[in-house]
Design a protein around this ligand. Structure first.
Ligand code: ATP
Ligand code: MG
Length: 874
C-alpha cells in the first residue's frame, strides 16, 4: 500500500467515526511562546485541553507535521543513526475533546489496525500505565479491561511513568497512556527472544507505532496534578513507522516516503545505500534533514541566527557535515533534493510545491556559506594541530575546540574526527565544560519561573472586545506571578473580557492601565497571547482583586500601531502591484514606531521601484479608503473572494477579513478606520534577509514627521559645516570631492619621490659581509611603500639581506627581504628571522622565506632588532 493511501485511509476511517478532518497546523505556532516547534499532534489543540476555548467539533482527526529537535522531545542525536526516529515526521491523530474516552479510543485503534490495515494480531503488543506512587496514581485497570476484549492478556504489558504517562512539557495537560507496539522481526529471531521482553527496549524492529493518551490531568508548577475540567483523548501514530509495517520493510527509510530521496542522494553523490554503516547513516541523515528544513522554510521559518531559525540552521549544517565527511561532498548539493521532495510530497503538502524555488534557493545559499565556514575552520584547526606538534602535545584544549564550534560553527564531531585522523585527541571534558558554562549563562539570562494560576472566577472564558472598544469594565478571572532574569518580577492578569490586543500576527501587544474600584492604578506594560488568552503584563498586582476594574488602552500607542498595520497591508498590495504577484509575505512586524515586512523576491528592489511602491501606498492614503471588515467569514469563502491567506499561519473555524479597496487579507490585527488616518508612508530601508527574501522597513504618521524634521535639521547642520553661503550644499560637496582626489594624487607622487631618495640612501648604506650585501635601516615609510621599495632593491642588487624597521601610528614593523639564492644556499629564511626578531618589538609575524614582515607594539625595540639581524650572517 502506498503511503498516500495509508494516510488517506486513516483520515477516512475517523471521518466514518464522525471526526472532522482538519489540515496540519504549521510547524511553528506563532502564538505559542512556550514551544519552539510543534512536537506532537496535540500542540495546536492545547487551548481546548486547557478549557480556554471550545472547538466547533468535539471529534477531530488529522496528520500533523511534528519536529522533535528541541526541548523535552529531542530526537536529533538518534536520527540517521537508527532507522525509526526522524526530526520531521507526520503524526496521525484522532482527538476527543470531552467526548469519547478510553473505551472507544482503544476499540477504534484496534479496528483500524487489524481490520482496515489488516495488521497481523500476533505481532501486536500493547502497554498500559502501571501506576506511580509519587503521583498517587493507580494502575490503569480501566484501559487493561478494554484491551482484554480485543487482545490476549499476555500481550498487555505494564509500562512505567517514563513510557506510559504522557506529558507535553514540565507543565500542562497530561495523563496515562496506552501504547501499541509491533514486532516485525523474522520468525527465527522471534523464536530466540520473546517479543514482550523487547517492548520499549529501543529495538529497531520492536517499535512503538501508536500512543493513545488519556488526558485527564494538568501538571502544576509545583509538580502536583490537578484534574482537568473534562477528559480528553489524544492519540498519535507515527506515519512513517506505520508505512514501514504496512509495506513489509524493516526500516522507515525503506518505505516510499524516503526511497525517492535516497535514490536521488545516491545519484548525486555517486554512493550506494546499504554498503557501509558510515555512508548509510550519512544518507539517512541527509534524507531526513532535507525534509525538516524544507517543511520549515515552507511554513515561513527560515534559517537564522537565533531561536527556531537557529535550530533549523543547525539541522541543515548537520546534513552538510555528514555529506562533507562521509560522502565527500565539498559543494552544495542538498538543495537539489527539494525537487524530488516537492514532487513526492507536494500533493499532501502543497506548500512544498508552491514554495519550491524559495526553499531551493535558501538551502543552496545556506549550504555554500556553511561550506566556506567549514573551510575556514579547517585552516584554523590545521594551525592548532601545528601548534600541538611544535609543543609536543597530543590533546587539543577543550576550550579551543569549543571556540571553533561556537565562533566558527565548526562541528565538534568533525574536530574530533580530524584530530584522530592525525593521531590527536580532543579534550572532551574541557569542551563540555565550556559548553555548559555558555549554556548556563544563556539560561540564566532567559530563565523564567512561572507560578500556578490563582483562580478568581471559575469557568470563565475570555472575550476580546478590542476591535470596537478601548475601555471596558472587567473582572479578574485569574492571575499569576512570573519571575524573569530580564524583566524582574511580573504579573500576568487575565480578565473575563478585554479591549487589549495581545501580541500576535507580528503586531505588538497593547499598553495601558487598569483602575481598581478602590482608585488604585496599575500600568499594563505589555499584552501577550498564550493558548488563546490575552495575558496582561503588570509590575504589581492591584491591591483589590475582586470586583469590577476599569481597563484603559493607551489610545495613541494603539492608533500608531494600527496605522502601521494597515500600511503593511497597503505595502503588501503595492509590492505585488509593482514587483509582481510572486511577492509573498514571509514575516511582518508591526510596532507602534515602525513596521517591518519580509517578502519573497529574487533581487534587490531598486530605488525607483521603492519610490513607486511608496507612491502607491501614499496614493491609497490620499484616496481616503474606509475599512471594510468581516469577522464571521469562513476560510474557504474568504479565499474564494480573493482574500490573501498566509503560509505558516493557523486559521480557525471563523476568520476575519480586512479590506481597504482592493487590498484584501485574512488578518486578526487592529486597523485604522480610514487609510487617511495613516497620514503618510515612508520607506526607510531595504535589505536582504536571506536568499530570495527581502526586507522593507517603513514608518507612518508621526514618525514620518519626526523623520523629515530630523532630515532637514541634518541638512542645516551640513550647510553650516560647509560654511559656503553662496553655494548649494551639493556644489560644495562636489568641489570638495574633486579637491580631495587631486590631493590624493599629489600625495601618491610625493611618496614615490620620497621612496626614490630613500632607495639611493639605502643602496649606498649596504655593507659587504661575507659576500652578502647587508642593509639594516630604520626608515620613515608606510608598510606598503616599504614592500614596494624592498622588491625594487631586490631586483637591482644581488646577494641582498635587507631589514627595514619603521614606526607608524605608534606601532613598529620589521620587513626582511632576502635574495632568492641566499634562501637556498645559505639556508636563511625571512619568515623565521622576523618571527625571532619580532620579540624585540613585542610582536610577531611571518611570511615567505623570501620576504616577511612582523608587527609589534614596541617601536623602541627597532634599533635592537636591526642590530641583532647582523647575527644571522656574521
Ligand atoms: P519513541 O519511544 O519511539 O521515541 P515516543 O514515546 O517518543 O516514541 P510519542 O511521543 O508517544 O512517541 O509519539 C507518538 C508516536 O509518534 C510514536 O508512537 C511514534 O510512532 C511516533 N514518533 C515519535 N517520535 C518519532 C520520531 N522522532 N520519528 C518518527 N516517529 C516518531
Ligand atoms: Mg521519543
Amino acid at each position: 500500500m502506498k503511503s498516500q493511501q495509508i494516510r488517506q485511509q486513516f483520515l477516512d476511517f475517523f471521518e466514518s467515526k464522525k471526526h472532522e478532518i482538519v489540515p496540519s497546523a504549521p510547524l511553528v505556532l506563532k502564538n505559542d511562546p512556550t514551544l519552539m516547534f510543534v512536537n506532537a499532534g496535540m500542540n495546536p489543540f492545547k487551548e481546548y485541553f486547557l478549557g480556554n476555548s471550545t472547538p466547533k467539533n468535539a471529534r477531530i482527526a488529522d496528520s500533523q507535521k511534528c519536529l522533535r529537535v528541541s526541548g523535552k522531545h529531542n530526537d536529533l542525536e538518534e536520527v540517521g543513526v537508527d532507522t525509526y526516529h526522524h526530526t520531521l515526521f507526520e503524526m496521525l491523530g484522532n482527538w476527543s475533546f470531552g467526548d469519547y474516552f478510553k473505551k472507544e479510543a482503544i476499540a477504534w485503534a484496534w479496528e483500524l489496525l487489524t481490520e482496515v490495515y489488516k495488521i497481523d494480531k500476533d505481532i501486536i503488543y500493547v502497554t498500559i500505565f502501571e501506576g506511580d506512587e509519587q503521583d498517587g496514581l493507580d494502575r490503569d485497570t480501566e484501559a487493561y479491561d478494554f484491551w482484554k476484549q480485543h487482545i490476549a492478556e499476555d500481550r498487555i504489558l505494564n509500562g512505567s511513568k517514563k513510557d506510559n504517562f504522557w506529558e507535553m512539557g514540565a507543565q500542562g495537560p497530561c495523563g496515562p497512556c496506552s501504547e501499541i507496539h509491533v514486532d516485525i522481526r523474522s520468525a527465527k529471531e522471534k523464536a530466540l527472544t520473546p517479543g514482550a521482553s523487547l517492548v520499549n527496549q529501543d529495538h529497531p524492529q520492536v517499535v512503538e507505532i501508536w500512543n493513545l493518551v488519556f488526558m485527564q490531568f494538568n501538571r502544576m508548577a509545583d509538580g502536583s496534578l490537578k484534574n482537568l475540567p473534562q477528559q480528553h483523548v489524544d492519540t498519535g501514530m507515527g506515519f512513517e513507522r506505520l508505512a514501514m509495517v504496512l509495506q513489509g520493510v524493516t526500516s522507515n527509510y525503506d518505505t516510499d516516503v524516503f526511497k525517492p530521496l535516497i535514490r536521488e542522494i545516491e545519484t548525486i553523490t555517486q554512493t550506494k545505500y546499504g554498503k557501509t554503516t558510515e555512508t548509510d547513516v550519512a544518507i539517512r541523515v541527509i534524507a531526513d534533514h532535507v525534509r525538516a528544513v524544507s517543511f520549515s522554510i515552507a511554513d515561513g521559518q527560515l534559517p537564522s541566527n537565533n531561536g527556531a531559525g537557529y535550530v533549523i540552521r543547525m539541522i541543515l549544517r548537520r546534513a552538510v557535515r555528514y555529506g562533507f565527511t562521509y560522502l565527500d561532498k565539498k559543494e552544495p548539493f542538498i538543495y537539489q533534493l527539494v525537487e524530488t521532495l516537492a514532487s513526492q510530497m507536494g500533493t499532501a503538502f502543497p506548500e512544498l510545491k508552491s514554495q519550491k524555488n524559495l526553499i531551493t534557493n535558501v538551502i543552496k545559499e545556506e549550504e555554500s556559506s556553511f561550506l566556506k565556514t567549514l573551510e575556514n575552520g579547517l585552516t584554523l584547526l590545521d594551525r592548532m594541530i601545528d601548534q600541538l606538534k611544535s609543543k609536543k602535545k597530543d590533546i587539543l584544549d577543550g576550550a579551543k575546540a569549543f571556540e571553533l564550534n561556537d565562533t566558527y560553527g565548526f562541528p565538534k564531531e568533525l574536530t574530533r574526527l580530524i584530530l584522530s585522523e592525525q593521531g590527536f585527541k580532543m579534550d572532551e571534558e574541557g569542551f563540555n565544560k565550556a559548553l555548559k558554562k555558555q549554556q548556563d549563562t544563556s539560561r540564566r539570562a532567559s530563565s523564567q519561573e512561572t507560578s500556578d494560576w490563582t483562580i478568581v472566577q471559575e469557568d470563565e472564558t475570555q472575550e476580546f472586545i478590542g476591535y470596537d472598544q478601548l475601555e471596558a469594565e472587567v473582572k479578574i478571572t485569574k492571575y499569576r506571578k512570573v519571575q524573569t532574569q530580564k524583566d524582574g518580577d511580573q504579573y500576568q492578569l487575565v480578565f473575563n473580557m478585554t479591549p487589549f490586543y495581545g501580541e500576535s500576527g507580528g503586531q505588538t501587544g497593547d499598553k495601558g492601565y487598569l483602575e481598581s474600584p478602590d482608585g488604585d492604578t496599575v500600568y499594563i506594560v505589555d499584552t501577550k497571547k498564550e493558548n488563546g488568552e490575552n495575558l496582561h503584563i503588570t509590575k504589581n498586582l492591584p491591591k483589590q482583586i475582586e470586583g469590577f476594574h476599569k481597563l484603559i488602552v493607551d489610545k495613541g500607542y494603539r492608533a500608531k500601531t494600527s496605522a502601521n498595520h494597515t500600511a503593511t497591508h497597503l505595502l503588501h498590495q503595492g509590492l505585488r502591484a509593482v514587483l509582481g504577484t510572486h511577492v509573498e509575505q514571509k514575516g511582518s512586524m508591526v510596532r507602534s514606531g515602525y513596521l517591518r515586512f519580509d517578502f519573497s523576491h529574487f533581487s534587490k528592489v531598486s530605488d525607483s521601484e521603492l519610490k513607486e511602491v511608496e507612491n502607491f501606498v501614499n496614493a491609497r492614503i490620499q484616496e481616503q479608503i474606509p475599512l471594510e471588515e468581516n469577522r464571521s467569514n469562513t476560510y474557504e469563502n474568504a479565499v474564494k473572494d480573493g482574500a490573501i491567506a498566509l503560509f505558516g499561519e493557523k486559521y480557525g473555524d471563523v476568520v476575519r477579513t480586512i479590506k481597504f479597496g482592493r487590498s484584501h487579507e485574512l488578518c486578526g490585527g487592529t486597523h485604522v478606520a480610514n487609510t487617511s488616518d495613516i497620514w503618510h508612508f515612508k520607506i526607510t530601508n531595504e535589505t536582504a534577509v536571506a536568499s530570495g527574501i527581502r526586507r522593507i522597513e517603513a514608518i507612518t504618521s508621526d514618525a514620518v514627521k519626526d523623520f523629515f524634521t530630523e532630515q532637514s535639521k541634518r541638512l542645516e547642520d551640513i550647510k553650516k559645516l560647509l560654511n559656503a553661503p553662496n553655494k548649494s550644499s551639493e556644489e560644495s560637496i562636489q568641489q570638495m570631492m574633486e579637491e580631495n582626489s587631486a590631493l590624493k594624487k599629489e600625495i601618491e607622487s610625493l611618496k614615490r619621490e620620497k621612496a626614490k631618495s630613500f632607495k639611493s640612501e639605502l643602496v649606498n648604506s649596504a655593507q659587504n659581509i661575507n659576500g652578502i650585501n647587508f642593509i639594516a635601516q630604520k626608515i620613515d615609510l608606510d608598510p606598503k611603500s616599504i614592500k614596494d621599495l624592498a622588491f625594487e632593491i631586490d631586483r637591482e642588487m644581488e646577494n641582498l639581506f635587507m631589514i627595514l624597521g619603521a614606526e607608524n601610528d605608534g606601532k613598529a614593523t620589521l620587513s626582511v627581504i632576502l635574495s632568492k639564492n641566499l634562501v637556498k644556499e645559505k639556508d636563511l629564511n625571512a619568515g623565521q628571522i622576523v618571527r625571532e626578531l619580532g620579540k624585540f618589538i613585542q610582536g610577531g609575524g611571518g611570511g615567505a622565506p623570501h620576504f616577511a614582515t612582523a608587527g609589534g607594539k614596541n617601536p623602541s625595540g627597532i634599533t635592537a632588532a636591526l642590530d641583532a639581524a647582523r647575527g644571522y650572517i656574521v
